[in-house]
Design a protein around this ligand. Structure first.
Ligand SMILES: Nc1ncnc2c1ncn2[C@@H]1O[C@H](COP(=O)(O)OP(=O)(O)OP(=O)(O)O)[C@@H](O)[C@H]1O
Ligand SMILES: [Mg+2]
Length: 352
């Protein structure tokens, strides 16, 4: 191997072992020496079966199971699988079987050895997520099941009024469940980078007025709305932007002791330029600096008004999909200030 190639392989994040046609190790990179705690060139000249001393859970060795030099003569690689080192750590191993011609003997075997810890961590995170989701779904379902069973078995024992009350609770729990499922699907789309936007011209000021009417039921709250007259159109997904504004307004009401002020205005950024910002100020305690990143993580919630904790995660996903930004600050005079910024994203055909 050329010295330049050697340096490249030494920087490679996985362990690499190369053996010739006779199974004798010709090269090992720096990473494998660290993994095997081998000094200098002591692994060179070893047989591949000794240089890859990994077993499966039944004690069968990697070399005997994969038999890189035998088997089907058109094999070009062995698939990635888990193996255990003599020290009990798990590794993922793959090998390329290099032949000079198709069907000819194996001339060289290149083995790649990767620590499985990172992948195991990712797997564990995934199963934690499944457990959290299952738990979230179970609580409203428990309520529904409790009331329906009681009503079915003891229908006559309750007054008309009591039955009505129980059914209303069941109805509210079913709504909660349905909302939770919609949020979970949105979060999954964001995770997979598959949140597709149905873009069109959106007037952020109108969205805000609409949300305020819906959320407050038309009641006049003691808060200020400041919307500049000439707010530009955004080229975005109207329903998704509705979702963003609804979440922020609901958070201000549930966690921030009510809305204090909403500001919508044109705000230019150095890059990509023109845009529209929305600021939601509230009367609450604000969000401490050390909590500001956590608020955006899935299922993180706190305080008496806490819901599923998916709201801000979805809000950030939608805003970023639009190419925008979201930040949390302290409002003047206390309370949280959530500022969202959307670029205009003007398509060629859009005109006001
Ligand atoms: N304006 C705010 N003032 C103070 N705390 C806030 C504010 N907005 C969010 N938080 C905190 O951040 C947490 C996460 O917010 P998020 O919107 O993600 O979830 P949620 O409102 O609890 O549930 P969901 O929105 O899914 O119904 C909240 O539980 C709350 O503790
Ligand atoms: Mg929320």
């Amino acid at each position: 191997m050329q010295p330049a190639q050697q340096t490249v392989f030494d920087d490679y994040p996985d362990g690499v072992i190369i053996a010739g046609a006779d199974g004798i190790v010709e090269y090992v990179n720096a990473r494998i020496k660290v993994m095997a705690r081998a000094e200098g060139d002591e692994m060179l000249g070893m047989h591949l079966s000794d240089a890859v001393p990994f077993d499966d859970l039944n004690g069968n060795s990697w070399f005997d199971c994969t038999r890189p030099y035998d088997g089907l003569n058109i094999r070009t690689r062995t698939s990635e699988s888990s193996w255990w080192s003599p020290r009990g750590s798990e590794y993922l191993i793959t090998a390329s079987l290099v032949r000079q011609r198709r069907g000819g003997p194996v001339q060289r075997v290149i083995v790649s050895v990767r620590n499985a810890r990172i992948r195991n961590l990712a797997d564990r995170e995934r199963s934690d997520l499944v457990a959290t989701v299952a738990h979230e779904l179970r609580s409203p379902l428990t309520g529904i099941k409790g009331f329906t069973s009681t009503l079915l078995t003891k229908w006559d024992k309750f007054s008309e009024e009591q039955r009505q009350l129980m059914l209303e609770t069941v109805d509210a729990d079913a709504d909660r469940l349905s909302r939770l499922i919609t949020e979970l699907l949105d979060a999954a789309r964001i995770d997979a980078g598959r949140l597709t936007l149905k873009r069109g011209p959106v007037r952020l000021a109108e969205v805000v007025r609409h949300v305020l009417t819906n959320v407050s039921g038309g009641a006049t709250e003691p808060f200020e709305i400041s919307i500049t007259d000439d707010v530009d159109l955004i080229w975005g997904d109207s329903d998704r932007i509705h979702q963003v504004v609804t979440n922020l307004v609901e958070n201000a009401m549930r966690h921030g002791f009510g809305l204090r002020e909403i500001v919508v205005q044109n705000t230019r950024r150095a890059n990509p330029g023109a845009g529209v910002s929305l600021e939601v100020h509230d009367n609450g305690p604000g969000i401490p600096v050390e909590m500001r990143q956590r608020v955006f993580s899935r299922f993180w919630r706190s305080g008496p008004g806490a819901g599923s904790g998916l709201g801000m995660y979805i809000v950030r996903g939608i805003v970023e999909e639009h190419g925008g930004t979201i930040e949390i600050r302290d409002a003047d005079g206390g309370g949280a200030l959530i500022r969202v910024w959307f670029p205009i994203n003007e398509p060629d055909s859009m005109s006001d």
